[in-house]
Each structure stands twice: as structure tokens, then as C-alpha cells.
Design a protein around this ligand. Structure first.
Ligand code: FAD
Length: 460
């Protein structure tokens, strides 16, 4: 084996002949089976700077990896350099100030566990092995978003290794334009080595879950629309519907439904438990799901509930998603028809209620372009066997085409592939020009281009 020397780098370097290479090159989505020339496992911002310099000088394509959950596989690259941030996973909680410092390679589960030790939460996503890095920089939707906002709405400061090797701190006071772009613009402007979040007190949720036959979809979605569009509905309530086959091992699937697709409702309350129980009981009556249980569930339990079902290295995935203003009967009918055609028991049409605290932050305060969206419709096709790839990608694309007339435009950059025509325009919309100017300032050569890419503005 020839030793690779990266000036100033003190972390671990892996090439194809290293025993750990195979395990380290794998990303969450098995569809992206790529072989980087070099994996640089960074233990400090200085390592990140050294790796960036090495890749830049050799003109290597550079992929940045945190949790490795990028659906289009942006965190790996054939023949290029992977800057792997996973060793940078220290979390520090300041319970008095309710501040959590998170290094740039940490997973959601690392944050959840450390913050919960003090009864605190940072509002992140819903599967604990997802990376904080990619999720936050895209915006971050999760079960507490209606109560506390997107993940970026809790971000106070970021330490960033710029492509020229400088390490800077960005916040609303320092480098405010960079800070604006980091909150939604993805990994386009630099490598974040530390996120500083505001935390909130919360330790448990009240949860109603039920699975009903597909014939109920129209009525269930009409109820979801009625409840979530009512201005009196508290922001502590989050409603998620899934059209899918019964998930393997799900506790609340009635006998007799077999493996047929149905509609699963997960309705979560993050406020005072007594009030939540009463509200969920009323919703259960209206859902006509008398057997459905309403439980107080520890926050950490909810955050890890689907970890195994969605374990890294077990699934292939392809995703399309968009926003809609209303769950109309016409849309519900289209969704029902598409759900009947689901092949894999892991493929899903997911409808997530937005609103609440998300729209407290002014639309132009961050680079997340979709604060006024009411529902996020996410269509991840997920399957295990390579032989099912064509069928599942076909189902996802056809489903998205069928719902497209009902969508309000735009897309969430973390639920995209990159084959959506002009992906940046779709993801960033009217913010694109401002983002391109920031790209121009911080990465004019587009070194960081394996992402939902913002191309530098062409300046005179
Ligand atoms: P990686 O693949 O490691 O990184 C993706 C990209 O993010 C990189 O290519 C890079 O451009 C950028 N990046 C990552 N870290 C840094 C950093 N420190 N500095 C600079 N750039 C960086 N999204 C939600 O909003 N909510 C959810 O609940 C949610 N659940 C998910 C569950 C699963 C099982 C999966 C597969 C995805 C989920 N997502 C969710 C989507 C998720 O937000 C994106 O896939 C995101 O990119 C994952 O971040 P990561 O760090 O794991 O990804």
C-alpha cells in the first residue's frame, strides 16, 4: 500500500486497499454504490481544511459526508474525495442557557440523547441515524416543526470551514449573509464543523396511531385538512398521513387487512399531556378508529421508532416531493389510486402538515423558500432487491406526475433527486439570485458542487 500524504491532515485516510474502506464508503441509499479514490475522516476543522486543499489542488470531485443519508447519494463520489465528518460528533449541552453545540458530523440521535439528558430537545428530523449536517443545512422538517419551527429556526451560529481553508463563525451578527444562506442553501458555501442550537424543554409526546383500509383515505384526508386548516388548532399538534402497505412490525395494523395498502395516521401532540389526550380522543372519534390507542411516549422512543425499519445499508430509495395548499377530494382520489399500485412494502406517500411556528419566521429571513406551504407531500420509493429498482422508480415518478397538477410549486431540497430539470430553481425558487451571490463570495469555483447545486453568479 502506498501511503497517501495530505499536508496538515491528522485524521484517518482510507483507500480501496484499506480493510475499513468497504464499510466506510457505504451510504444509506444502496442505489449509490460508489468507490471514492480517498476517504478523509476528519477529526478537526484543520483536517477539513487540509482535505479541501488536497482535493482542490488535484481537481478531485469532493463529496461532504455527515450521516450519509443524502437520497441522491451526494455524500459519495466515484474516483473522488470524500470528506467524512463522522468523527466530528461531540455534543455539548449548556442546560442553564439551553444551548446545544453540535459538531458537524453528528447524527440526530447523538443530539437527541445528549439534550434529553437535561430534558431538552433540538427540533430535528424523525429518524435518529440521519446526519445533523445535511438535514439542518436543507432546512430540517420534523415532528416538532409546527411547535418550534424548522431545525434552522433553532440555529444560532455555525462554525464553517471555507473552501480556501479559513475557519469562520457565522450568525445573525457575524457574516449574516453567509448565515442566511446556510439556513436552507445546503452544503453549497462551506463545511460546517459546528452548529450551535437553541434547545427547548420537552421529554414526551402524546401519540395517536392507526392504520385503516384505503377506502377510508378520502375521509381521513378530509378530516386532516379540516383539523389542520382550522386556525384554532394548536401548533402542538402535528398530523402525518402515510398511504402504504402495512409497515413490517407495525403495532396497530388491524387483522384482516393483509398486506394491502391502507392509510396510516400518526398524530402527535407536543404540549401539555392532558389537553393533548383530550384532543386526540376527539380526533380518534372523528377518524372512526375506535380501537386506536392514545399513548404518552418518551421523546427518545419516538425519535428511534423507525430506526431499524430504515436501517442504513438495507434499502434502495428514490424520492420526489412537493407542497400543496389543500388536501382536496380530487387529490385524495389520485393518492388513493396511486397507493393501490404500490409494490414495495417500504414505499410510501407521506403527507406532513406544516404551518404553525414555521411561518413565524419571515419568508426572507432564511434561505428556506417554502415557509407558507401547508402540506409537504413526500413520495419515497424504498425497496430492497435490485430487481425491483425499475418498477419502484417508475412508481415514484408516475405518482409524482399524477399529483403534480395539485401541487403549489417548489420542492424541499432534502427530499429531491437532482433529476428534476433545474433542481436549484425548483428547490430555491426566487431566492436563487441571492444564493448565487453568496456562492460567488464563498465558493466561486464551485468546489462544493455535489449537492442541490447553486451555481456561482456570473459577475462582471
Ligand atoms: P449526507 O449524505 O452525509 O450529506 C448530504 C449533503 O449535505 C452533503 O453532500 C453535503 O452537501 C451536505 N452536508 C452534510 N453535512 C455537512 C456539513 N457539516 N457541512 C456542509 N455540508 C454538509 N429530512 C428532514 O428534513 N426530516 C426528516 O425527518 C428526514 N428523515 C430522513 C430519514 C431517512 C431515513 C433519510 C434517508 C433521509 C431523511 N431526511 C429527512 C432527508 C435528509 O435531511 C437528507 O437526506 C440529508 O441530506 C441527510 O443529511 P446527512 O448529513 O445524513 O446526509
Amino acid at each position: 500500500m502506498t501511503a497517501t500524504v495530505v499536508d496538515g491532515f491528522t485524521g484517518e485516510l482510507l483507500r480501496a486497499d484499506d480493510p475499513d474502506y468497504e464499510a466506510r464508503r457505504e451510504v444509506w441509499n444502496l442505489l449509490h454504490d460508489r468507490r471514492p479514490a480517498l476517504i478523509a475522516r476528519c477529526g478537526s476543522p484543520a483536517d477539513v481544511a487540509a482535505a479541501l486543499a488536497y482535493g482542490r489542488e488535484r481537481g478531485l470531485p469532493i463529496a461532504i459526508r455527515c450521516g450519509g443519508h443524502s437520497l441522491p447519494g451526494h455524500s459519495t463520489v466515484d474516483g473522488g474525495l470524500v470528506i467524512d465528518l463522522r468523527p466530528l460528533n461531540r455534543i455539548e449541552v449548556d442546560p442553564a442557557e439551553r444551548i446545544v453545540r453540535v459538531q458537524g458530523g453528528a447524527l440526530l440521535g447523538d443530539v437527541d440523547r445528549e439534550a434529553q439528558a437535561y430534558g431538552l430537545v433540538v427540533p430535528v428530523g424523525v429518524v435518529s441515524h440521519t446526519g445533523v449536517g445535511g438535514l439542518t443545512l436543507g432546512g430540517g422538517v420534523g415532528r416538532l416543526m409546527r411547535r418550534f419551527g424548522l431545525t434552522i429556526d433553532s440555529l444560532l451560529e455555525a462554525e464553517v470551514v471555507l473552501v480556501d481553508g479559513r475557519v469562520v463563525r457565522a450568525s445573525s451578527e457575524r457574516l449574516p449573509e453567509l448565515f442566511w444562506g446556510l439556513r436552507g442553501g445546503g452544503g453549497n458555501f462551506g463545511v460546517v464543523s459546528e452548529f450551535v442550537f437553541r434547545a427547548q424543554p420537552l421529554t414526551e409526546l402524546v401519540v395517536l396511531g392507526c392504520f385503516q383500509p384505503l377506502e377510508r383515505a378520502r375521509a381521513v384526508l378530509a378530516l386532516a385538512e379540516r383539523v389542520m386548516s382550522d386556525p384554532a388548532t394548536p401548533r402542538e399538534l402535528l398530523w402525518t398521513s402515510f398511504l402504504r402497505k402495512p409497515p413490517p412490525g407495525a403495532p396497530f395494523v388491524p387483522r384482516g387487512l393483509g398486506r394491502r395498502p391502507g392509510i396510516m395516521s400518526l398524530i402527535e401532540w407536543s404540549g401539555e399531556p392532558g389537553a393533548g389526550h383530550a384532543l386526540l380522543a376527539r380526533i380518534r372519534d372523528q377518524l372512526d378508529a375506535p380501537g386506536a390507542s392514545i399513548d404518552r411516549v418518551p421523546y427518545l422512543r419516538m425519535q428511534t421508532l423507525t430506526d431499524e425499519l430504515l436501517a442504513p445499508g438495507t434499502l434502495r430509495a428514490y424520492v420526489k416531493a412537493g407542497f400543496t395548499d389543500r388536501l382536496t377530494a380530487a387529490l385524495a382520489d389520485v393518492l388513493g389510486t396511486r397507493a393501490q399500485r404500490i409494490g414495495s412494502d417500504m414505499s410510501v406517500i407521506e403527507l406532513l402538515a406544516m404551518g404553525g411556528a414555521i411561518s413565524d419566521t419571515p419568508a426572507d429571513a432564511t434561505a428556506f423558500a417554502h415557509r407558507d406551504a401547508r402540506w409537504l407531500i413526500n413520495v419515497p420509493a424504498q425497496w430492497r432487491a435490485p430487481a425491483e429498482t425499475e418498477r419502484e422508480i417508475g412508481w415514484c415518478r408516475e405518482t409524482f406526475d399524477a399529483i403534480a397538477p395539485h401541487l403549489s410549486g417548489g420542492a424541499y431540497s432534502n427530499f429531491m433527486e437532482g433529476d428534476e430539470g433545474d433542481a436549484a430553481a425548483t428547490a430555491y425558487g426566487a431566492l436563487q439570485e441571492r444564493l448565487a451571490a453568496i456562492k460567488d463570495d464563498y465558493d466561486p469555483a464551485n468546489v462544493l458542487r455535489l449537492n442541490q447545486n447553486i451555481r456561482p453568479a456570473v459577475r462582471p
